[in-house]
Design a protein around this ligand. Structure first.
Ligand SMILES: [Zn+2]
Length: 65
């Protein structure tokens, strides 16, 4: 996640200015911390989502049967 050292806070990519600078102080934001797979969804999280959807679908089917 983009981190501004000047303001000591994180910003979402959409919260930054169009050229990737801090909306508060105008400094270029260090986005190096976002390289650790922040954008990618972990496979186990996807698996959890699939399991959750399957479980909820089952519960809904049970309701109507
Ligand atoms: Zn800042």
């Amino acid at each position: 996640m983009p981190w501004c050292e000047e303001c000591a806070r994180y910003f979402t990519p959409t919260a930054m200015t169009a050229d990737g600078k801090c909306p508060s102080c105008g400094r270029p934001i260090d986005d190096a911390t976002g390289l650790s797979g922040d954008e990618e969804t972990p496979w186990h999280f996807k698996l959890l989502n699939v399991a959750l959807v399957a479980y909820l679908s089952w519960r809904i089917i049970v309701l109507f049967v």
